[in-house]
Design a protein around this ligand. Structure first.
Ligand SMILES: Nc1ncnc2c1ncn2[C@@H]1O[C@H](COP(=O)(O)OP(=O)(O)OP(=O)(O)O)[C@@H](O)[C@H]1O
Length: 293
């Protein structure tokens, strides 16, 4: 058994652990451990296939995401996890399959339009403006919410001024929520890696998303930083009801905070269910032990 699976067994990330939710396949809405109600399916991915030339990144993958849940996508390196996130936020357009968001088909939509629908993301490799302060980086997350025209913005007239004040208020709320007041004026490039990841989360949250796509939010973090990040993800989900789709390699984190997990391997879906269900799935165990191929 590899180290990530052992870590789950010792449950060292969240010392208290979180009991599993009721199955979302049940007729009644599922209730998460913290009392959160998991709602209807809001994102429905049907038979998604994506290739890059001869490389099949995703083959006939279907799964859904329910409102308010924490849905993890896991799998070994090269399994297709980032490709799937890029399909969800419109960076990649699958050659086959259908995507429904809140019941509406979403063919060919541009990432900016998807962001305006309330889907925000963070990246596997931090994508911040390193020379800019934490505050200014988080302000860029408000882009999709900016309404006033170029001229009034340039002159800082009535509507633009009021809008700017409102954006600043929202950004300050996010800064308080993620406990980064002390670094608000620091250029991002000078921060340790764990804090940069938190700033990236802050920028995504500044967009007030309904759905947050997190691509390896704990990558490169030590145990303490991971505990902090887990707590913030759970708090975002709990306090704002934000639906979260999460790619993560640390199995302990995934098992502790996810409501449901979809497992990919070589671009195919090999498991889907509660953390306990996928942990007991023979194909998943083989994929992680490296004996399935
Ligand atoms: N833009 C691209 N052009 C060509 N091939 C790509 C591209 N993006 C992904 N791939 C290929 O698609 C497959 C899936 O890659 P992807 O990055 O989605 O996997 P992953 O599960 O996120 O991997 P990791 O855990 O290592 O980040 C890999 O074979 C990868 O090389």
């Amino acid at each position: 058994m590899n180290t990530t699976m052992k870590r789950h067994l010792s449950s060292e990330i969240l010392p208290s652990g979180l009991p599993p939710v009721a199955s979302p396949d049940d007729e009644a809405p599922a209730v998460a451990a913290n009392g959160r109600r998991i709602g209807e399916v809001i994102l429905d991915l049907q038979n998604i296939s994506l290739s890059f030339g001869g490389v099949k990144a995703l083959t006939d993958i279907s799964f859904d995401v329910r409102e308010h849940e924490i849905r993890a996508i896991i799998g070994p390196n090269g399994a297709g996890k980032s490709s799937m996130i890029n399909v969800i936020n419109g960076v990649y357009h699958p050659q086959k399959g259908r995507i429904l968001y809140r019941g509406q088909p979403r063919a060919g939509m541009h990432p900016s339009a998807i962001a305006r629908q309330g889907i925000a993301r963070t990246f596997q490799n931090i994508a911040l403006f390193k020379g800019m302060t934490v505050l200014d980086n988080i302000m860029t997350g408000r882009n999709t919410k900016m309404r006033s025209g170029l001229l009034s913005n340039a002159m800082w007239w009535g509507a633009a001024r009021n809008e700017e004040i409102e954006h600043r208020r929202k950004v300050e709320q996010v800064i308080d929520f993620l406990e980064i007041q002390h670094i608000r004026k620091t250029p991002v490039g000078r921060l340790p890696y764990g804090l940069q990841k938190r700033v990236e989360l802050a920028r995504a949250l500044a967009a007030e998303p309904h759905m947050l796509l997190l691509d390896e939010p704990m990558a490169g973090m030590n145990v303490e930083e991971k505990q902090d990040m887990c707590r913030f993800i759970l708090d975002v989900n709990d306090q704002f009801g934000t639906t979260i789709v999460l790619i993560e390699h640390d199995m302990g984190v995934v098992m502790d905070i996810s409501d449901r997990v979809v497992v990919l391997d070589y671009g195919k879906k090999i498991g889907d269910g509660t953390p306990e269900e996928v942990m007991g799935n023979e194909d998943v165990i083989k994929a992680y032990l490296g004996t399935s191929h």
